[in-house]
Each structure stands twice: as structure tokens, then as C-alpha cells.
Design a protein around this ligand. Structure first.
Ligand code: ADP
Ligand code: MN
Length: 177
């Protein structure tokens, strides 16, 4: 339930997890199944220039968290959004009704990231991020424990069942109001 928060007509879901765990693949399938809006934060940051330049050390944009939050505030208030990002501690807690942390077995994740062209420190950092469950810990620290759920994403069957589970959850949420 909403835990005392004012109920939106439709819920917002955050899909988080280490890069390569399948956030974008799952979020776009879920958006198609539910007609919810898929917001890929990485793409949004690039398109709308919501960053402070390129970070050479981490080989990614230096995301400007305030700009991202300002950009999304109205949309999130309306509900019906699936937000896809490898992080989530800077979003307002009230935005989300469910926080999904995708998790992938190390050797499977290693292969996916290698295929994506990750090598060296970038590859190691991401594998360690998964081993130490950094995104799950972050989600638990940033959101009420009862809305955080960890889901396995090792194979296509996992993805399909995750989409089905979340589609059911969305339907039942909308019936409760
Ligand atoms: P993320 O957005 O978390 O970085 P992607 O959705 O881009 O991850 O997926 C990374 C790669 O892994 C893609 O090639 C995708 O097709 C594949 N993939 C994602 N989820 C699964 C899954 N559950 N089973 C098998 N392959 C997957
Ligand atoms: Mn992605």
C-alpha cells in the first residue's frame, strides 16, 4: 500500500541494478505490457544535457541530479512511470511506490559487460558493484524496506516472469484506490 502517502492514480516504479543486469530490456518490456512511460535516465541526461560534462575517471557523464529531478517532477506526480537507472538515492523518496533491484549471477554479468565492450577497471568496478550488492543496499537505505524488491535477471525466463509479476502488481495497485 501507499504507506500513508497520498495515492496516485497510477504507481511509479524505479528499476535499478548494476549496469548489465537488464534494466533497460525489462523496463521497455514492462512499459509495452502496461502502457506506462519508460524513462531511461541515461538517455534523458544526454538528450537534455542534464549533466556537468564528461567524467574521465568513470567514463560516463557527470549527472546533474538537481536538473534531473526538476525535469521529472511533473511527470512523476502524474504516475505511470518506469524509471530506469543504475542508482536512485538522489530521487525524492515520495516518487516511487515500488523499487526493483535486478540482480545477475557474476559469470553471466561478466559476459554481458564484456560483450558491451567493458574492460579493465570499468569491468571490475561493475562486477564488484554486483558482488557487494551496492544497488540493493542503496535502495534499502533510500526507500521504505517494504517497497524494495530484489529480482533475479539471469535468463530470458527470469525477465519474462519479472515482467509478469510487475504487470500483476501494477494492475492490483490500480484496483486498490
Ligand atoms: P542495463 O540496462 O541494466 O545495463 P540491458 O537491458 O542493456 O541492461 O541488458 C544488457 C544485456 O543483457 C543486453 O544484451 C540484453 O539483451 C541482455 N539481457 C538483459 N536481461 C537479460 C535476461 N534476463 N536474460 C538474458 N539476457 C538479458
Ligand atoms: Mn540500460
Amino acid at each position: 500500500n501507499g504507506g500513508g502517502r497520498k495515492k496516485r492514480e497510477k504507481p511509479n516504479i524505479l528499476i535499478t541494478g548494476t549496469p548489465g543486469t537488464g534494466k533497460t530490456t525489462m523496463a521497455s518490456a514492462l512499459a509495452e505490457a502496461t502502457q506506462f512511460c519508460h524513462i531511461n535516465i541515461g538517455d534523458l541526461v544526454k538528450e537534455k544535457n542534464l549533466h556537468d560534462g564528461w567524467d574521465d575517471q568513470f567514463d560516463c557523464y557527470l549527472i546533474n541530479e538537481d536538473l534531473v529531478c526538476d525535469e521529472l517532477e511533473d511527470l512523476m506526480e502524474g504516475g505511470g512511470n518506469i524509471v530506469d537507472y543504475h542508482g536512485g538515492d538522489f530521487f525524492p523518496q515520495r516518487w516511487f511506490d515500488r523499487v526493483v533491484v535486478l540482480q545477475t549471477e557474476n559469470s553471466v554479468l561478466y559476459d554481458r559487460l564484456t560483450k558491451r565492450g567493458y574492460t579493465g577497471q570499468k569491468l571490475t568496478n561493475n562486477i564488484e558493484c554486483e558482488i557487494f550488492q551496492v544497488l540493493l543496499e542503496e535502495a534499502k537505505e533510500s526507500y521504505p524496506e517494504e517497497i524494495v524488491v530484489a529480482l533475479r535477471s539471469d535468463c530470458i525466463d527470469d525477465m519474462n516472469s519479472n515482467v509478469a509479476t510487475l504487470t500483476d502488481w501494477i494492475r492490483s495497485w490500480s484496483c486498490q484506490s
